[in-house]
Design a protein around this ligand. Sequence first.
Ligand code: CUA
Length: 348
Amino acid sequence: MEPKSFQLFPEQASTFAPTVDALYAYLVLVSAFFSLLIAVLVVYFAVKYRKRSADDPIPAPIDEHSTGGMILEIVWSAIPLGLSMIMFGWGASLFFTESRPPADAMEIYVTGKQWMWKIQHMEGNREINELHIPVNRNIKLTMTSEDVLHDFFVPAFRTKSDVLPGRYTTEWFRATKPGKYHIFCAEYCGTKHSGMIGYVYVMEQAQYDQWLAGGMGQGTLAEQGAQMFTSLGCVTCHTSDANGRCPNLKGIYGTMVALQGGAKVKADDAYIRESILYPEAKVVEGYQPIMPTFKGLVTEDGLVKLIEYVKSIGPKPGSTTAAPSAAPAKAPAAGSMSAAAAAAQSHE
Ligand code: CUA
């Protein structure tokens, strides 16, 4: 479906779209109502209380000797307070919903770079300025930038998030209609900022599986990460026995790691990324800071693969599959969570 040339509103193509539009309509209606009310009253009072002749008496101003209208003042304070509190509560709850990706979301990595979007799927598929996703699935984007600030914006989904160099941000959505939707960069990032655009292709699951199968061949991200782990020589120190000179990475993902000096840090994407680029920043308790930096040697795309490799050798709590799998991971139903967790534990 080609986007129309002019529309007042973008299409509603995600679960967020109707709620964001409803909040927007509320803001516009409240603002329009009060703007109109005030404008009409200004004109009405100006006419009604105008000075009619030179000897019209000047009315006494309201001061401590005259009472004014207490009830009127309470009413015109309480009603706007209530209306603005609705804005605050509604907006905050939407913000929290959009900021917290659901646990069952399908993960995709996005790297922004002057001036393009590079996208990597778990299964190993890569694309530029295009994002193919299945309809009616929760999708979580983990995003970073190779240079300056960018912002990944899909108007039809009513969601956007800044993409920052040096850290991971996330954005999630659930597309509700198959189709083709604009991606924009929504943060001025240099000469060709306006050209940093692309399309999301929302497909039926079967169609998506077909598309996915067409781009495989290099192996999943985790498999490519495993190759890098060997080719970069990581494997010589991070051996899987306890006597290695560097910590054994098996099973660390998602756990708390004890650091020198007594602090603890969660082994998440950000920690692994930092440890590859700035190994001396957080040294694990009982180890020497002997690891060289891989800054400049590993690109953002490569970091993502290494992170996926570390994830693949250490199941994060609640996930059903420990090993990398070519098939898209199916989200466990709420009821099967405890059974899956028990099964994962019995493997150890
Ligand atoms: Cu990237 Cu603007």
